[in-house]
Design a protein around this ligand. Sequence first.
Ligand SMILES: [Zn+2]
Length: 134
Amino acid sequence: MHEINTTLQLRNIVMKSVNTNEAHPEKRVFQALRIEVNRELEVLENTLEKIVDRLNKNGRLCVITFHSLEDRIVKNKFKEMSKKCICPPDFPVCVCNHEKKVKLISKKPILPSKEELKVNSRSHSAKLRVCERV
Ligand SMILES: [Zn+2]
């Protein structure tokens, strides 16, 4: 067993390990490591509601994500914050005291246009979601 000390070493390991036609399969490995080391998904989930709490009425929060796991967190958190009640549906009365904090401005994610994709290739995985403080 050897220590991996450089990104080039890690890249070479990835290149030997995966069977793909992708030009840069190491990119996804580097992205996964970055997301995990920075706890990006956890930070994202914990930060969205804090931001919403600081918005004025009718203030909008717009979030662009570049990864499906990030988008899922934004989608679910926005949905949760847009509900008055989050009790299980079979509860006879509401016991959650949940507060509706936002309305959803975009129910589906807003995707880059063809024009945007032509001039900005990095936008291809971008998804924009917008909510408004109530
Ligand atoms: Zn409830």
